[in-house]
Design a binder for this molecule. Structure first.
Ligand code: SF4
Length: 256
């Protein structure tokens, strides 16, 4: 599933409400620093030419159009959500785009929150961290506490990326973020991948305990994924993981 415009929707999100979607990545194929086995945008494909990203000016024009449309339909947004066809923080102008969005929101949709879904891979860049701090809600991914599992599930472009690297970078938010994790199991290319075993959940829980995010979101695969061998984790198992996190006093939302 790919989004065909910079600004799309609004759509109704169970978790976020009436959400105007923002896609800063190309419209023709996914561009991401991960290649998650559960990605609803499909797998990364080779680029035969330089990916074309929207410029700041194109983004501003798309926001202007959206303001007109929302006003004519009398739509009040709950949230402006950055996700789209890949990783939004890969955009080289991410910080200025966030500044522009905050100005637009204050003028046209003052009650809307700004939310960014990110895979946490660009947190070594100060401009990305500053941009994320403009958002009201940062939903940041950590799919496992074990390095080998991160590689199997997320296929990071930076192949030496470790759970410790991600946690070290997440720590700079001092808990002011939502940690998001997809739990799954299945055989991919002959290898069993399962981040719900006792060993896996314990390693992940230790990361949660270290980071103490103000919220944890855990979810299961819901739509079509690149591998049809992936299984949906049963709700009882997801609730058991959530219960463990709640012992830390952290609210957990479960989408199962
Ligand atoms: S981080 Fe998100 S967009 Fe990137 S591969 Fe994973 S699921 Fe897809």
């Amino acid at each position: 599933m790919l989004f065909s415009s910079i600004v799309y929707g609004p759509i109704h999100s169970r978790r976020l409400g009436t959400s105007l979607g923002i896609n800063l990545m190309p419209t023709e194929q996914k561009l991401c620093s991960f290649d998650c086995i559960y990605c609803e945008c499909g797998l990364n494909k080779p680029w035969h030419s330089k990916p074309s990203l929207p410029t700041l000016e194109q983004y501003q024009a798309a926001l202007t159009d959206a303001a007109t449309r929302l006003r004519s339909e009398d739509i009040k947004l709950d949230v402006i959500t950055f996700s789209g066809n890949g990783e939004p923080t890969l955009h080289p102008d991410f910080e200025r785009i966030m500044q522009t969005t905050a100005v637009w929101r204050d003028k046209f949709q003052p009650n809307a929150k700004i939310c960014v879904l990110s895979n946490s891979t660009q947190l070594h860049r100060n401009d990305v961290v500053r941009g994320l701090m403009i958002a009201d809600k940062r939903i940041l991914k950590l799919d496992a506490g074990i390095d080998a599992t991160i590689r199997l599930i997320d296929n990071p472009a930076q192949i030496k990326l470790t759970a410790k690297d991600i946690c070290d970078r997440l720590e700079q938010f001092k808990g002011d973020f939502t940690l998001q994790t997809c739990f799954l199991r299945g055989i991919v290319n002959g290898t069993l991948i399962d981040n719900t075993t006792e060993t896996e959940v314990t390693a992940w829980f230790e990361c949660v305990e270290r980071l103490m995010p103000h919220e944890v979101m855990i979810y299961v695969i819901d739509r079509k994924t690149p591998y049809d061998t992936l299984q949906k984790i049963p709700r009882e198992q997801m609730e058991a993981i959530a219960a463990r996190v709640r012992t830390l006093g952290i609210p957990v939302s479960v989408s199962a």
